[in-house]
Ligand binder design. Structure first.
Ligand SMILES: [Fe+2]
Length: 423
């Protein structure tokens, strides 16, 4: 089962959240059971404070005479002012030897074995007094004499809350960071998806418009049917092999599609003339570059498209047309499309000749390296012929079949060339 990137993102962050929450509660449990030291102190109930960490107050709520002596009710309160929590703790209160316990609350109370004291095990908060908290409990004692407790003993284990607090804070910060990053990534992903969707539509509209326009050129010049689409494909592949960016590859593809746009201005009779051309006719055909440049003047948003139409017949040695530009002065797209254009011309049948074979084409292209073509681009075109990316024999078969659509290229023919179509 293939998961989408968004699903993977949700799974990764959900797992992170679960891990952090488990860590939080594990830390809590570990810290509660982590005993840093034991505690055994006696706290005065007469005003003098014996412990730095705990103090207690007691109030006599009532005393009344009964048949067996005097019953007294005492309410206790213990305050934890230290930095540690006290766990598994008990309170001991010494009682007269004849005393009996009539009632108690807030704690379970039992006499110790020798009846020297009553041991109270408070039932609050899982038997923990947290740092900064206080608890209350009480007893009713009966004795022959009226008595007043003067001290209580507090015994238990100290557990460090500092470790837990720092750990919890770190986990809470991590949880918050995770949440913010998660929401941020999710929003970015949704935006990117919407952007890609729009971009895909844009590319589709551009390609459909261009294809419509190219059909007009093809209709004028049936012998070069599919030429613009093939040149666009070859030029894009060269650009890809040269390591250009996806943006550039995309633009070079557009430039390849429209490089012969100016042919629409050349009279049909001249364009399809089987015999030798007069100087006047040759000039008319050569003028398709200038005408194309003018037609595409408004298409400035597609970078390099106009320059390619204008300069794709310039030669590397400066003897081309229309301006006789030389070397790297010729725009890169035009140099790339120039090589792709020549390859397609040599590998297609023309009104005046059949196509050349693979070896002849390679020889011709290499002969033109440095004179007609940029040598750094020739290398890639020759590689494409040698590794079978372009195939003269296949193309010949396709062209022989009138209804064959193999070389009627659409945007689906070059997967990966269009950045708008990549995930
Ligand atoms: Fe051309």
């Amino acid at each position: 089962m293939k998961l989408s990137k968004t699903t993977k993102l949700v799974i990764v962050f959900l797992s992170l959240f679960v891990i952090l929450v488990v860590a939080y509660y594990t830390l809590e449990i570990v810290a509660r059971n982590y005993v840093s030291s034991s505690y055994d102190e006696t706290v005065s109930l007469t005003g003098a404070r014996l412990s730095d960490e705990f103090y207690s107050s007691v109030s006599r709520a009532a005393t009344w005479k009964s048949v067996s002596g005097y019953s007294s009710q005492f309410d206790f309160e213990i305050y934890n002012t230290g930095k540690s929590n006290l766990s598994n703790w008990v309170v001991k209160i010494e009682l007269p030897s004849d005393a009996t316990l009539e009632n108690y609350w807030g704690a379970e109370a039992v006499f110790d074995a020798e009846r020297e004291c009553v041991v109270l095990r408070p039932t609050y908060y899982n038997n923990v007094i947290y740092s900064g908290e206080n608890i209350a409990f009480g007893i009713i004692v009966n004795s022959k004499e009226v008595f007043t407790p003067t001290e209580i003993g507090i015994k238990g284990y100290k557990i460090s809350s500092e470790l837990t607090d720092i750990g919890k804070k770190v986990i809470m910060i991590l949880l918050m960071v995770c949440f913010i990053v998660f929401v941020g990534l999710l929003v970015t992903r949704v935006n990117v998806r919407n952007y890609k969707e729009r971009q895909r539509n844009d590319v589709k509209i551009i390609l459909q418009s261009m294809n419509t326009f190219i059909n007009f050129i093809d209709a004028k010049d049936p012998y070069t049917r599919g030429h613009s689409r093939r040149v666009a494909m070859y030029a894009a592949e060269i650009a890809k092999r040269m390591g250009l960016s996806e943006d550039e590859i995309q633009n070079i593809y557009y430039a390849g599609l429209l490089h012969d746009a100016g042919k629409i201005s050349v009279p049909d009779a001249v364009l399809n003339k089987p015999g030798k051309l007069t100087d006047e006719e040759r000039k008319l055909i050569q003028n398709h570059t200038v005408a194309g440049g003018k037609m595409l003047l408004q298409l400035s948003s597609l970078r390099g498209v106009r320059e390619t139409a204008l300069y794709h017949h310039e030669r590397y040695d400066g003897t081309g047309y229309p301006d006789g530009l030389k070397g790297d002065i010729i725009p890169l797209y035009a140099r790339i499309v120039g090589v792709a254009d020549s390859y397609d011309a040599m590998s297609s049948n023309r009104v005046y000749r059949r196509h050349l074979n693979k070896d002849e084409i390679i020889e011709e292209i290499q002969k033109g390296s440095g004179t007609q073509f940029d040598p750094s681009i020739v290398k890639y075109m020759v590689d494409m012929i040698n590794d079978g990316y372009v195939n003269v024999v296949k193309m010949e078969t396709a062209e022989a079949d009138e209804n064959h659509e193999r070389f009627h290229l659409t945007e689906d023919d070059i997967p990966g060339v269009y950045m708008g179509f990549q995930q």
